[in-house]
Design a protein around this ligand. Structure first.
Ligand SMILES: *[C@@H]1O[C@H](CO)[C@@H](O)[C@H](O)[C@H]1NC(C)=O
Ligand SMILES: *[C@@H]1O[C@H](CO)[C@@H](O)[C@H](O)[C@H]1NC(C)=O
Ligand SMILES: *[C@@H]1O[C@H](CO)[C@@H](O)[C@H](O)[C@H]1NC(C)=O
Ligand SMILES: *[C@@H]1O[C@H](CO)[C@@H](O)[C@H](O)[C@H]1NC(C)=O
Ligand SMILES: *[C@@H]1O[C@H](CO)[C@@H](O)[C@H](O)[C@H]1NC(C)=O
Ligand SMILES: *[C@@H]1O[C@H](CO)[C@@H](O)[C@H](O)[C@H]1NC(C)=O
Ligand SMILES: *[C@@H]1O[C@H](CO)[C@@H](O)[C@H](O)[C@H]1NC(C)=O
Ligand SMILES: *[C@@H]1O[C@H](CO)[C@@H](O)[C@H](O)[C@H]1NC(C)=O
Ligand SMILES: *[C@@H]1O[C@H](CO)[C@@H](O)[C@H](O)[C@H]1NC(C)=O
Ligand SMILES: *[C@@H]1O[C@H](CO)[C@@H](O)[C@H](O)[C@H]1NC(C)=O
Ligand SMILES: *[C@@H]1O[C@H](CO)[C@@H](O)[C@H](O)[C@H]1NC(C)=O
Length: 827
């Protein structure tokens, strides 16, 4: 009999030797609590009927395998563990989850039940990717003494003092804000092999605990088929999917429950015993922005489904529904008519009859699966698999991660969203110094770069860390919804080159780089407008609008940086062809997309009267805007300021539901410094926006204890709360740009292209007038170097900051003989 508390410890070379994350404080009572917690020092705590609820606060974001150590209970005792980033998740039945979007090599649920029968350590089989708060609730009429609680790390998170990078200044809040990005990148970047598969495969088949069903990469072209497999329930029930989408599996989902009462926490209202529950969409419940049809429940009156017995299940798809049989007896026919309004072409297959299949029981359940067969309507067998070989893990996208990668968020989506990595990689370079993640991500992207075929030349933008390269064709086009994420990858590459001068890595991938650029030009450059536009493209940086400023200017930014790479690598022919392209793009933007009445670049040709913060940000960084245009578009930023921050564009509503993105504002933030330092826009012009971002927007992630995780967030509402409510990732590196902006421009240490030398050099060149305008008296910090060591720098203005006072500046390169720093004295 397998327990949910399987004590199988993952084989982690790094994590198993590192110290567990330990709660900072706790509270024992009848409910969870945010106030009145006491310091936690591995206290012995007894849960009983009077005090059944423990609250643990880890102080900031942690991630890994939660465990409890207990003293022998007199009989089996069940406790429910719950996890959340914000405190309020502890007060919700499902914590701040579940995460039923993709299978991210983690627990899809934020609650789990341990059935504890003996002394010692009970550890979750699953990773909880990121949380600050945890509760443990005693179920039933018993008591339990807990001697220790903690989390076996699945990520390497160091305290800010122990990082190779650092930043501090005379105003403490700046350092608190800097810490956000530093923690987010550590929580969201995972070492190769550190995230075990969520399936356990043996000669008995695949043992699958309750989780978001993983789907086969081989079934996308299938339709109107019959899926047969054998299953043996070990706890509660079993679950599977047919006609699922290629991107995560959205579609019909079936759960078959056994007649046993199961765990106390099982919800027998929604999952009655001995029943078939049929849902459609992501899962059986609606969650935030991820819809599912109301589930239909069929009680199986004439057959008993027992734990521990093998059954053969058959699901036959036809045009009106799904016929489900157990051991050859039809137990239900599920009409598909109620699902019609939930058909989704982007999340699902776009059809009720077609798409892939997958497996995954629901919460509190656990079952074995084997002997899968898919038969077409004409009787031909399309697929067979005994599910007894670990080869299946890559097919289902749930193999332990081969590469060290950075995910978009610690708790969700846990995909390799390459666009997010534009900020992540810069934050890493300023804080954790884990350049190996950047190198590994670049290696991963080129390893997967698509061979001749419909996606030829493109790189993945939202790969699962558990997927196999040999199946990559299955993810095109469903996982290519943000065309400009390809541009962000070029930005990552070239930003990395500026930081590292790593000619070897860039040379090694030079053919891949040229192929990617050529592919992007061929597919997405529209000679009619001279801008990036194509019916086949969808632009994240312009909310889907075509012929838009931001994606075109972003591509131009990457070309400018690629030209530097080509120059450094003596690839002059390529450099000159990219220069021509860059010039064309810059001219087209300046001719077609500047709107004098607006005083800013237009969002796009079709939205000429709307401004957009990324249009402003990327035209500045691309170096195509005249100082007058820069000054004007910066001045117009107040048009899109909503209480605490900037909405993406002027077309977005001012309603309280509008999400403010620290991702887009991060690009804006840096561009304000570039405008001042490189285009001579006076500090007075950029200071209001810089002050709003530094002192109003980012501090919202610091000052609210109920939401604080010590890490940067995905979105905010204008009242300062998390921007998709309970669903928001509060461990999201894309929201942490302030970290590198402070290091690069307030401390003032950054790589800069030196035209005369034809290479990047490190400069120590703070934005003095801005720092002065912000009232800062000193700053100090360290910038890690990719080739080892770090740059340590400090500046100080004596007495009151003022232009007349010459600041003191010191900078040294420590532990690296090859890097020099160019100290640019204040003129
Ligand atoms: C529950 O607790 C009460 C007293 O608190 C006790 O009388 C009763 O027997 C317990 N019930 C069970 C099922 O253990
Ligand atoms: C399945 O049947 C539907 C009609 O019910 C049809 O539209 C679809 O193309 C068929 N799918 C396949 C893969 O043959
Ligand atoms: C489940 O069904 C089996 C077979 O009828 C029976 O022996 C067993 O007692 C049932 N279990 C429960 C919890 O009802
Ligand atoms: C809990 O563990 C005990 C002892 O192994 C076992 O008898 C019981 O069936 C388990 N309960 C559940 C719901 O799995
Ligand atoms: C149990 O499920 C029912 C029906 O879906 C739902 O209304 C109820 O809130 C659930 N209870 C818990 C504790 O989640
Ligand atoms: C689909 O299958 C069900 C159950 O076998 C059957 O009743 C129904 O007539 C079939 N529909 C079509 C269009 O064949
Ligand atoms: C059980 O009930 C289902 C649904 O009413 C029916 O289709 C099936 O034939 C029945 N099976 C047996 C073995 O009686
Ligand atoms: C049977 O159907 C499958 C899938 O639709 C198709 O690939 C195959 O060619 C068909 N076989 C015959 C003999 O028609
Ligand atoms: C982009 O603009 C050009 C010129 O106005 C137009 O021909 C083209 O259709 C537009 N592209 C898209 C995808 O809308
Ligand atoms: C933009 O504004 C100008 C001037 O007010 C107006 O003539 C034009 O129709 C507007 N364009 C769109 C697409 O709204
Ligand atoms: C900065 O914030 C203030 C509100 O505190 C707002 O009035 C102003 O427009 C903002 N400035 C800019 C340039 O966005």
């Amino acid at each position: 009999m397998l327990l949910l508390t399987a004590l199988v410890l993952p084989l982690l070379s790094t994590a198993s030797t590192v110290q567990a994350f330990s709660p900072k404080s706790f509270h024992l009572g009848s409910t969870t609590a945010i106030d009145g917690l006491q310091a936690y020092r591995e206290n012995r705590i007894t849960l009983n009927e009077n005090n059944p609820v423990l609250t643990f606060d880890y102080g900031s974001e942690v991630g890994g395998f939660p465990f409890v150590e207990v003293q022998a209970p007199s009989s089996a005792v069940q406790v429910q563990l719950k996890y959340s980033e914000p405190y309020d998740g502890l007060e919700l039945p499902q914590g701040d989850g579940p995460w039923l979007y993709v299978n991210g090599l983690m627990n899809s649920f934020r609650i789990e039940t341990f059935n504890i029968t003996k002394s010692g350590k009970a550890q979750s089989f699953f990773i909880q990717g990121g949380f600050r708060w945890q509760s443990i609730t005693l179920l039933g009429n018993t008591s339990l003494t807990i001697s220790k609680v903690g989390v076996q790390p699945s990520v390497d998170i160091k305290d800010p003092e122990s990082l190779p990078g650092s930043f501090s200044t005379s105003e403490d809040m700046y350092q608190d804000v800097w810490n956000l990005g530093a923690r987010a990148v550590q929580a969201a970047c995972v070492d190769a092999g550190s995230q075990p598969s969520t399936w356990e495969v043996s000669d008995q088949g695949a043992l699958i605990r309750g989780q978001y069903p993983a789907v086969s990469a081989l079934g996308n072209g299938f339709g109107n088929y019959t899926l047969d497999f054998s299953t043996k329930i070990s706890t509660g029930g079993t679950g599977w999917r047919v006609a699922g989408g290629a991107n995560g599996g959205y579609g019909p989902y079936f759960v078959l429950t056994s007649n046993r009462s199961g765990l106390i926490s099982s919800n027998i209202t929604s999952l009655p015993q001995n029943s078939l529950i049929a849902g459609y969409g992501f899962s059986l419940i609606n969650q935030a922005i991820l819809p599912s049809a109301p589930p239909q429940t069929y009680s199986i009156s004439n057959m008993t489904i027992e734990d521990g017995k093998w059954y053969s299940i058959s699901t036959a798809i036809n045009s009106t529904g799904y016929a489900i049989s157990v051991d050859g007896q039809q137990i239900a026919f599920i009409e598909n008519a109620p699902f019609v309004s939930y058909i989704s072409g982007s999340w699902g297959s776009g059809s009720l009859t077609d798409g892939t299949f997958g497996f995954g029981p629901y919460l509190n359940q656990e079952a074995f699966f084997k002997d899968v067969k898919v038969t077409a309507q004409n009787g031909s067998v399309l697929y067979t698999n005994s599910l007894t070989s670990t080869d299946i893990l890559e097919e289902f996208g749930i193999a332990s991660n081969k590469y060290s990668v950075c995910l978009d968020g610690a708790k969700r989506d846990r995909e390799i969203w390459i666009g997010d990595f534009a900020h992540t990689s810069r934050i890493i370079a300023s804080s954790s110094g884990r350049f190996d993640y950047i190198q590994s991500m670049i290696g991963f992207e080129f390893d997967w770069q698509y061979p001749p075929g419909p996606a030829h030349g493109l790189v993945p933008i939202q790969a699962y860390m558990g997927a196999g390269k040999q199946y990559r064709e299955a993810y095109y086009p469903s996982e290519f919804g943000e065309t400009d994420y390809q541009f962000f990858f070029l930005l990552v590459l070239t930003d990395y080159f500026a930081l590292s001068d790593d000619k070897a890595l860039l040379s090694k991938n030079w053919d891949g780089i040229k192929l990617l650029v050529q592919t992007l030009v061929d597919r997405y450059y529209d000679p009619a407008s001279g801008l990036m536009a194509s019916p086949d493209a969808s632009w994240f940086t312009a909310q889907g609008s075509q012929n838009a400023t931001a994606p075109t200017a972003l591509f131009l930014v990457t070309l400018n940086q690629l030209i530097n790479v080509a120059t450094a690598l003596d690839e002059s022919q390529t450099a000159s062809s990219w220069t021509k392209m860059a010039t064309r793009l810059g001219n087209a933007i300046n001719t077609l997309l500047w709107n004098d009445d607006l005083g800013a670049y237009s969002l796009s040709l079709t939205q000429p009267n709307d401004s957009a913060i990324l249009a402003t940000a990327f035209t500045i960084r691309a170096g195509i805007a005249s100082p007058a245009r820069v000054a004007s578009s910066v001045a117009r930023l107040s048009d899109v300021f909503l209480k605490i921050g900037y909405k993406d564009n002027s077309a977005a509503s001012d309603a309280s539901s509008t999400q403010l993105s620290p991702n887009t504002q991060g690009f804006l933030f840096e561009s304000l410094f570039i405008a001042h330092l490189q285009y001579n826009v006076p500090a007075e012009a950029v200071l209001p926006a810089i002050r709003n971002l530094s002192e109003v927007f980012w501090p919202k992630m610091v000052t609210q204890n109920e939401y604080f995780t010590g890490a940067s967030w995905e979105y905010l509402y204008q009242d300062g709360s998390p921007g998709i409510g309970i669903f928001t990732s509060l461990g999201h590196p894309w929201g942490g740009a302030a970290t590198y902006v402070f290091s690069n421009y307030i401390l003032g240490v950054r790589p800069e292209w030196n035209n005369a030398m034809g290479e990047y050099e490190w400069v120590f060149d703070p934005a003095w007038d801005v720092a002065e305008g912000l009232g800062l008296e000193w700053a100090k910090g360290k910038m890690p170097l990719s080739s080892g060591g770090y740059i340590e720098a400090e500046w100080r203005v004596s007495g009151k900051a003022g232009k007349t006072k010459k600041p003191s500046m010191t900078a040294t390169v420590v532990g690296n003989k090859h890097v020099k720093i160019n100290i640019k004295k204040r003129s």
